[in-house]
Ligand binder design. Structure first.
Ligand code: PLP
Length: 469
C-alpha cells in the first residue's frame, strides 16, 4: 500500500476548524492527509458521499483542486489521469469549454427562478429526439429532477400510482440511489462497504421491495407467481454497472419486459449511469434485445454534464399521472435549474457520434492493456463490459452474471492494484465494484500513461495476499 504523505503541519485547533479558518500560514501544497484530517472533524467520515473516502483501499482520499480534460489535480498539485470522471458525468472530459461557457452565460442571466424556462423544453425535446430506435422513442414526456435518487424514487412512486400495487422488484447488486425502498442489496458504496442494507430503513418499507438475483429468469417468473396482482414494477439497471459491470444476458431485458407486462406491472429502466454514456441514446438504444417497450426510464450523471440534474421519462399515459396533471405528487425547488440545464444541453449537443467512437476506442485500448498486464503478471481475471463501460473481476475466469459471482472475486487484490496506479499518476475508482470511466478527452498521452502504469500495478495485484478469513 502506498505511503501516506507525511503530515508536518501543526494540529488544527478545534476552533480554527469550526470557523473554517486554515490553521497557520496557508501553504501552496496543503497535503491531502492534512485536509482529510480537517474534513473528518466537521464532515462525517470527511466526505459527502461514502465511496470518496477510500475506505476499501486505505489511505487519505485525494482532495481535488481542479480538473481539465482527462486529468485531475490534487491538493498537492499532483496530476492524475482520471478514470472516475465524477462517476460518469464527465463524458467529454473535465471542463469542456462548451459546457463551461454555457454555465457561465446562464449564470449571468440568474441562478434560479422557480419558474419554467425555455431551456427545460429544449432538453426534453432533445432527449425525445435522441433516445430513438427504429423511428420510435420511449420518452414521450420528461420531468427534470436534481439527482438520480429522486428520479428512481419518483419512478417507483409513479409505477405504484399507475398500478395501485405496493411491491417493487429490484435485482441484487443494482444501485438505484439511496431512497429507503431501493437500498436493499444495493451496489455502489453499499456493496463497497459490504452492507446488506441500511440502518434506518423500517422493515415494513424494506418488505415492499423484492430482491432477486440478476439474470435469473426463473426467479423473476416465481416472484410474479408468488405475488399475483401485487407487483407494481420491476426496476433494473438497463445494464448493471454499480457492482462492477454486469451486462444483462441476451434476452434477459426482453424477458423482464414481457413478464412484467403479462402480469400488469411496469418496467423501469434505470439509465442514470448508462444513459448518454454507452451510446447517444443510452443502453436502451444499444440493447441487443432490440427496442424494448419500457414504461419509464431514469437519467442522471451525463445528462447534467457535471451539475446536479437528473430526469425521469416515459410513456405519456404514465408520466401524465404526475402532479399537476395527475394524483402522483413530485416537486423540486431547484428542479430544472437553469445552470444545470445549460450544462446538460451543452454536453448532450457536443456528445456526437465522434465522441462515442472516441470513448469506445479509448475503453477498448485500456481493456486490452489491462488484460495484457494482468496476464503477464499471472493474475487470473475477467473483464466484463457493457458498451464502453468495463470492470475487472480479480481471480474470475468468466465475466460474472450476478452479484454472488461478483462477490466471489479476489477483491483483496484491488487495494494494492489501485495504489500502484495512483502512485503512477492514474486515479481509478477506489472500489472494485465500480466501472472504469473513460472520456472523449482521454487522448494518446493520457492512455499511454495508463498503459505504462499497468504492469507494476498488475505485479502488485499478483503479490497481494488474501486476508486471514
Ligand atoms: C448514480 C446512480 C443513481 C443515483 O444517482 P444520484 O445522482 O447519485 O442520486 C441511481 N441509479 C444508478 C444506476 C446510478 O448509477
Amino acid at each position: 500500500m502506498a505511503a501516506e504523505p507525511m503530515n508536518h503541519s501543526p494540529q488544527l485547533s478545534d476552533d480554527a476548524a469550526a470557523e473554517g479558518a486554515p490553521a497557520g500560514p496557508v501553504e501552496p501544497f496543503d497535503g491531502n492527509a492534512r485536509l482529510f484530517e480537517r474534513a473528518q472533524r466537521r464532515i462525517p467520515g470527511g466526505v459527502n458521499s461514502p465511496v470518496r473516502a477510500y475506505r476499501s483501499v486505505g489511505g487519505a482520499p485525494r482532495f481535488v483542486r481542479r480538473a481539465a480534460g482527462p486529468y485531475v489535480y490534487d491538493a498537492e498539485d499532483r496530476e492524475y489521469v482520471d478514470l472516475v470522471a465524477s462517476w460518469g458525468p464527465a463524458l467529454l472530459g473535465h471542463g469542456h469549454p462548451a459546457a463551461v461557457d454555457a454555465v457561465k452565460a446562464a449564470a449571468d442571466r440568474g441562478l434560479s427562478f422557480g419558474a419554467p424556462t425555455e431551456g427545460e423544453i429544449e432538453l426534453a425535446e432533445l432527449v425525445h429526439d435522441r433516445v430513438r430506435r427504429d423511428g420510435r422513442t420511449p420518452i414521450e414526456r420528461l420531468r427534470l429532477v436534481s439527482t438520480g435518487t429522486e428520479a428512481t424514487m419518483t419512478a417507483v412512486r409513479l409505477a405504484r400510482g399507475a398500478t395501485d400495487r405496493p411491491l417493487v422488484v429490484k435485482f441484487a447488486g443494482h444501485y438505484h440511489g439511496h431512497s429507503d425502498g431501493l437500498l436493499a442489496d444495493a451496489g455502489s458504496g453499499v456493496a463497497t462497504l459490504a452492507l446488506p442494507a441500511s440502518a434506518g430503513v423500517p422493515a415494513e418499507i424494506a418488505a415492499l421491495t423484492l430482491v432477486l438475483p440478476y439474470n435469473d429468469e426463473a426467479a423473476l417468473r416465481l416472484a410474479f407467481e408468488r405475488h399475483p396482482g401485487r407487483i407494481a414494477a420491476v426496476i433494473t439497471e438497463s445494464a448493471a454497472a454499480n457492482m462492477g459491470v454486469v451486462a444483462p444476458l441476451p434476452g434477459f431485458n426482453r424477458f423482464i419486459v414481457d413478464t412484467a407486462h403479462a402480469n400488469g406491472a411496469l418496467v423501469i429502466f434505470d439509465e442514470v449511469l448508462t444513459g448518454f454514456r454507452v451510446h447517444a441514446g443510452g443502453w436502451w438504444a444499444l440493447d441487443p434485445d432490440g427496442a424494448l417497450d419500457v414504461d419509464l426510464l431514469t437519467y442522471g450523471k451525463v445528462i447534467g454534464g457535471g451539475l446536479p440534474l437528473a430526469a425521469l421519462g416515459g410513456r405519456a399515459s404514465v408520466m401524465d399521472l404526475l402532479a399537476p396533471l395527475g394524483p402522483v405528487y413530485q416537486a423540486g425547488t431547484l428542479s430544472g435549474n437553469p445552470l444545470a440545464v445549460a450544462a446538460g444541453l451543452a454536453t448532450l449537443r457536443a456528445a456526437d457520434d465522434e465522441v462515442y467512437s472516441r470513448v469506445d476506442a479509448a475503453s477498448q485500448r485500456v481493456q486490452a492493456a489491462v488484460t495484457s498486464a494482468l496476464t503477464e503478471a499471472g493474475v487470473a481475471h475477467s473483464i466484463s463490459r457493457a458498451g464502453n463501460l468495463f470492470s475487472i473481476g480479480f481471480g474470475l475466469t468468466e465475466a460474472p452474471r450476478d452479484y454472488d459471482e461478483v462477490r466471489a472475486q479476489e477483491a483483496w487484490r484491488h487495494p494494492a492494484f489501485f495504489h500502484a496506479m495512483l502512485d503512477a499518476g492514474v486515479s481509478l475508482p477506489p472500489s472494485v465494484y465500480e466501472a472504469w470511466f473513460l472520456t472523449a478527452a482521454h487522448d494518446d498521452a493520457a492512455l499511454s500513461r495508463i498503459e505504462e502504469a499497468l504492469p507494476a500495478a498488475a505485479r502488485a495485484a499478483a503479490e497481494a495476499t488474501s486476508p486471514p478469513s
